[in-house]
Design a protein. Structure first.
Length: 117
C-alpha cells in the first residue's frame, strides 16, 4: 500500500503527528519526524492525506517516490468516483458542456477575425 514520507523540508512543527489517524508519524528526535510505512494507509478513507492537509510547508509530507503513480491513479479513481456519485455530477456535466461551447465559439471568432483582417 502506498505510504507517505516526511522530507527534508519539514520544520518540525509536529502538527501532522497529532492528526495522523493511524499513529504512523513518530518522533525520532526533538522536532524530527518519521512515517512508519507499515502503519500509513495514505488516509484512504479521507479525501486527502491528513498530514499534508495540516502541514504548513509545501512538500514536507509527500507520497514516497516509488509510489508516485499509485498515488496518481488512486487520486484519479477517487475523484472519478466522487464526480460520478455526487448529485453535483449533472452540474459539472453542464459546466463542462458550456465551457466547451464557449471555447469553440471564441476559437471560431478568432479564426474569422484573422481571415477578415
Ligand atoms: S497519509 Fe494519513 S495515515 Fe499516512 S502518515 Fe499521513 S496522516 Fe498518517
Ligand atoms: S506538519 Fe509538516 S512541517 Fe510539521 S512536522 Fe509534520 S511534516 Fe513537518
Amino acid at each position: 500500500m502506498m505510504s507517505y514520507a516526511i522530507t527534508e523540508r519539514c520544520i518540525g512543527c509536529g502538527r501532522c503527528e497529532t492528526e495522523c489517524p493511524t499513529g504512523a508519524i513518530e518522533t525520532i528526535a526533538p522536532k524530527l519526524y518519521h512515517i512508519d510505512t507499515q502503519r500509513c494507509h495514505n488516509c484512504s478513507s479521507y479525501s486527502n492525506a491528513q498530514c499534508v492537509a495540516v502541514c504548513p510547508v509545501e512538500e514536507a509530507c509527500t507520497p514516497l517516490l516509488h509510489d508516485y503513480w499509485d498515488f496518481w491513479f488512486a487520486r484519479y479513481r477517487r475523484l472519478k468516483h466522487r464526480l460520478k456519485h455526487r448529485s453535483s455530477a449533472a452540474y459539472w456535466d453542464r459546466w463542462f458542456g458550456l465551457f466547451g461551447k464557449t471555447v469553440t465559439r471564441i476559437a471560431r471568432e478568432r479564426t474569422t477575425e484573422s481571415i477578415t483582417s
